[in-house]
Design a protein around this ligand. Structure first.
Ligand SMILES: C[S@@+](CC[C@H](N)C(=O)[O-])C[C@H]1O[C@@H](n2cnc3c(N)ncnc32)[C@H](O)[C@@H]1O
Length: 365
């Protein structure tokens, strides 16, 4: 592998060990519950690429098992030997004090944790009722055993390995399940993802795309984040290092923000009152694409019924009853990339100046 490719691979593998904070899971999932209190009732949730000893997804859903009315919670973890960062790893007491503990398996096998009923007669079902065993393999989501769990589940929820995001989403979509998955904001523009957004088979979660989601990382990786800062920013809060990676939620679970139509001004009102509009390319036609440029979501004109290009952040406000998504353009059209790539045209460009990626929309009549 060339040096750059090596670095890129390391960079991606590094992002694979970002752990989601409890409050970020809570904020997103609570929006689903708020929209439909029965959204999880009687359902089986699978949390793949997780590990309750290290991460918060299992904790959150185990603690809310009864409140959500879950039928079954399954989470699977990935074997430590298969991970990039492993030197500061130690089996937890939870594992070593269990009669099932096996030194060899502990490093090379994934684990499965299930929660269905009150196992310790405490009168409630919670995290202490989790039962676990080693998996046959290392817990790779692509394995037959984890795929069988996907097929058993109604809903898949996780923050999957960043380096395998495309593959992970293809795996989720193949299972035809409900899902809520954290991924990088850039994934919106992937040709595997954007068509799903257009077809309303996948949308952005409740958490705003402009919010900086911060992740905890293994101790060993904290040093790497600071010394190499391999393309991933970090933030130090109260002496703790958090990784940052422009992440957002992708889901097909309904939430209320998705059905609130945007209040719009006319084009003339925008030009007069919208202080953000000042570079004079607003509302002009793209050089190589038949749509007008709308550089800010709040500048979408109420009196224009044609085709418009808007920034990615539009998806935060996207109400499918109000707008139709037609295309995604940057260097080429996402939905028609073969033709336009060949022609070598830059599509989101005005007067020869390229714009960022644009989502092409039209108001619904
Ligand atoms: C981004 S981390 C998130 C962990 C946890 N879901 C969370 O949000 O805190 C992704 C996890 O997937 C694991 N992983 C990497 N490759 C995997 C694979 N092929 N199958 C399953 N898990 C994998 C990583 O080791 C890491 O623990």
């Amino acid at each position: 592998m060339a040096k750059n490719a090596n670095l890129r691979a390391a960079d991606k593998a590094q992002n694979d060990e970002f752990y989601t904070q409890y409050a970020d899971i809570q904020k997103e999932v609570n929006a689903y519950i708020e929209y439909n209190p029965d959204v999880f009732r009687g359902k089986t949730i699978l949390l793949p690429c997780d590990d309750p000893e290290w991460s918060n997804f299992t904790k959150f859903f185990a603690q809310n098992f009864e409140f959500f009315g879950l039928k079954k919670l399954i989470s699977t973890s990935y074997a430590i030997e298969s991970k990039k960062y492993k030197t500061d790893w130690q089996p937890t007491l939870f594992e070593t004090e269990n009669p099932m503990y096996n030194v060899e398996k502990s490093r090379i096998k994934g684990k499965i944790f299930t929660l269905t009923h009150d196992t310790n007669n405490s009168g409630r079902i919670d995290i202490d009722d989790l039962q676990w065993s080693y998996l046959e393999g290392d817990g790779d989501f692509r394995s037959a055993e984890v795929t069988a769990l996907r097929d058993e589940a109604d809903i898949i929820i996780t923050n999957p390995p960043f380096s395998l995001f495309r593959e992970f989403m293809a795996w989720v979509m193949e299972g035809k399940k409900q899902f809520a998955v954290i991924g990088n904001k850039n994934s919106i523009t992937y040709k595997e993802i954007f068509p799903l957004i257009k077809e309303n088979k996948l949308w952005i979660g409740y958490t705003s795309t402009s919010l900086d989601i911060l992740f905890t990382v293994p101790k060993e990786m904290e040093k790497d984040l600071i010394t190499q800062n391999q393309g991933s920013a970090y933030k130090i809060i109260d002496g703790h290092i958090f990784a940052r990676s422009a992440s957002i939620w992708f889901t097909n679970i309904e939430h209320g923000r998705r059905h609130q139509p945007l209040q719009l001004m006319t084009m003339a009102e925008n030009l007069k009152f919208n202080k953000k509009l000042k570079d004079l390319t607003e509302y002009q036609h793209y050089d190589n694409y038949n749509a007008i440029e709308v550089p800010f979501t709040d500048a979408i004109p109420s009196d224009y019924d044609g085709i418009m290009g808007v920034p990615i952040s539009f998806l935060d406000k996207y109400c499918p009853e109000q707008f139709e998504i037609i295309d995604g353009i940057g260097r080429y059209s996402i939905l028609d990339n073969v033709r336009t790539k060949k022609e070598g045209k830059y599509l989101s460009m005005i007067n020869g100046q390229p714009k960022f990626f644009r989502i092409i929309i039209r108001k619904k009549q």
